[in-house]
Design a protein around this ligand. Structure first.
Ligand code: NDP
Length: 292
């Protein structure tokens, strides 16, 4: 094969999807996973299972890490002798906070390796797809040199500078929006169900609502960056009344109200800070510091 040879450590759903795509595209792949049996079908397709992490790391310059968290990485790579890690490019696609990612990069540097932090923006089904994307940050040179390999994992790759924390930050911003938004969808389904409607019944309405959000982002972005929360198009006091209707509609339906109550609490704090006449975008300021 003329494709680059690569090591991949971690065979959860994400790592398994990556290994499968790498094999499909003709890469020689060395694997290691704590639970060795998860490699069986991949070995049957031509992957090499290393005896231990040191052997896996020694096999290739490019080492992809797809683990639950950085603790798992230290568990796996901690016992590897430093000389085996020297010169390695650790493509770390493990979810982490920005600070954890920076500490991981320092840990790698102390062993003569470099870390490319990655945040994969798709579920395992998106691996190998041209429209899927991953944020990277860390040293530019190994990113450029391994770009073709990285593009095999997700068709789009974006390098966001040398700070190893930045890819993790951008990833966590997206994940933060994802969890909150998806919980709002589960709430909608619970409310619909309590009223005899199915998830399928409300899907078109849910889609329209979700799709409208991009227009709100576009409208408010410039104003928020300019610190302009004037109440010319919406007022927090109007939002407060609306949010209370949402809480009561959920309460009347007998479903959990924790999520709408948390939303109402944020609106109330904006009201108490005297911003009833301002736009509800003023909640950005409320949310920019810890609750008192
Ligand atoms: P998993 O949590 O399923 O990955 C588990 C992998 O980590 C397995 O290989 C597991 O080994 C290994 N592992 C966990 N703890 C340890 C440990 N202490 N020592 C050794 N190995 C350990 O995650 P996914 O595969 O789903 O995802 C991998 C990464 O990608 C995560 O950081 C996730 O946040 C991120 N990600 C996942 C997405 C998804 O939709 N799945 C989407 C975007 C990013 P074993 O098999 O032995 O348990």
């Amino acid at each position: 094969s003329t494709q680059q040879s690569v090591t991949l450590i971690g065979l959860g759903p994400m790592g398994r999807a990556m290994a499968a795509v790498l094999l499909d595209r003709g890469h020689a792949v060395t694997l290691w996973n704590r639970t060795a049996s998860r490699a069986d079908d991949l070995v049957a397709r031509g992957a090499v299972l290393a005896a231990d992490p040191a052997e896996a790391v020694a096999a290739n310059e490019a080492v992809i890490l797809s683990l639950t968290d950085y603790e798992a990485m230290y568990d796996v790579l901690g016992p590897v002798p430093a000389p085996a890690l020297a010169g390695r490019v650790l493509v770390n696609l493990t979810s982490a906070t920005p600070e954890e990612a920076r500490a991981g990069a320092r840990w790698a540097a102390e062993r003569g390796a470099v870390q490319l932090t990655g945040g994969v923006n798709v579920p395992p089904s998106g691996i190998g797809q041209p429209e899927s994307s991953t944020f990277y940050s860390g040293p530019r040179e190994p990113f450029d040199r391994h770009r073709a390999l990285l593009e095999t994992l997700t068709g789009r790759v974006e390098h966001h500078g040398e700070d190893p924390g930045l890819a993790a930050l951008l990833y966590q911003i997206g994940v933060s929006m994802f969890w909150t938004s998806m919980l709002s969808y589960w709430q909608a389904i619970a409310l619909a169900r309590a009223n005899g409607l199915t998830a399928a019944d409300i899907l078109p309405h849910a889609d329209d609502t979700a799709n409208s959000l991009a227009r709100f982002f576009a409208f408010y972005t410039g104003r928020v960056d300019a610190g302009d929360h004037s109440g010319d198009v919406d007022r927090l006091a109007m939002g407060m009344a609306s949010v209370e209707h949402v809480v009561r509609t959920n309460a009347d339906a007998g479903v959990d109200t924790a999520l709408p109550a948390a939303v109402a609490d944020l609106f109330r704090r904006g009201m108490e800070a005297g911003h009833g006449g301002d736009s509800f975008s003023t909640l950005v300021e409320v949310m920019s510091k810890p609750a008192g």
